[in-house]
Ligand binder design. Structure first.
Ligand code: PNS
Length: 167
C-alpha cells in the first residue's frame, strides 16, 4: 500500500521551516502532497498561484508534489487516498490549536491520522506571519526563506510602492 501524506497549510509564503518538514515527511512516506489552502486569507501577500509556484521551485524532493484544496481538509485527504495529515509543531504554544484540529479531524474522519513533526531547532521560531512582518519593516530574512521567496517578496513590495505612487 502506498503511504500517502498531506502536508496542508497556507504557505504565504513557504519558509525554511516548512521545507524542513516537507523533507522529513518525504523520508517517512511514499508520497507527500503539499496542499495549499485556497482563499485562506482575505489579504494574502501572494496569490495561490504564486505560492504554488514558489513551493514547486523550492521543493527538493522527488516524492513530494504541490496541490491546492478547498473545503474540509479530511474530505480532501480521503479524496486523495491519503492516510496521514502532517503538521509541523514548533513551541508548546502551537500544541493547543493543533490538538484541537487533530481531534476534530479525527472525529470527522477516523481513518485519517495526524502526525506532528518538529522542524530543526534553527527554524523552530519561524512563521510566515513573522517573516512578512520583519521583511516589511526592513529586517533581514536571509536564510529563513528560500532565496527565490526573498526575491519575490522584494519584487512584491517594490510593486506595491510603485502602485501607491501612481495613485
Ligand atoms: O498554515 P495554517 O494556516 O496553519 O494551516 C491551517 C490549515 C490549512 C491546516 C487549516 O486551516 C485547515 O485544515 N483548513 C481547511 C478547513 C478545515 O478542514 N477546517 C477544519 C479543521 S479542524
Amino acid at each position: 500500500m502506498t503511504r500517502r501524506a498531506i502536508y496542508p497549510g497556507s504557505f504565504d509564503p513557504i519558509t525554511m521551516g516548512h521545507l524542513d518538514i516537507i523533507e522529513r515527511s518525504a523520508k517517512l512516506f511514499d508520497e507527500v502532497i503539499v496542499a495549499v489552502l485556497l482563499n485562506v486569507d482575505k489579504h494574502p501577500m501572494f496569490s495561490t498561484e504564486e505560492r504554488v509556484e514558489m513551493i514547486e521551485q523550492a521543493m527538493p524532493c522527488g516524492n513530494a508534489r504541490v496541490a491546492t484544496f478547498e473545503g474540509l481538509l479530511v474530505h480532501y485527504a480521503v479524496e486523495q487516498g491519503a492516510q496521514v495529515i502532517v503538521r509541523g509543531i514548533r513551541a508548546v504554544s502551537d500544541y493547543e490549536y493543533e490538538l484541537q484540529m487533530a481531534l476534530m479531524n479525527r472525529r470527522l474522519e477516523p481513518a485519517v491520522e495526524t502526525v506532528f513533526l518538529m522542524a530543526a531547532e534553527a527554524y523552530s521560531y519561524l512563521s510566515s506571519r513573522l517573516i512578512k512582518e520583519v521583511f516589511k519593516l526592513g529586517g533581514s530574512i536571509t536564510g529563513l526563506v528560500p532565496e527565490l521567496v526573498e526575491q519575490r517578496m522584494r519584487e512584491k513590495v517594490k510593486g506595491q510602492k510603485g502602485e501607491r505612487k501612481r495613485r
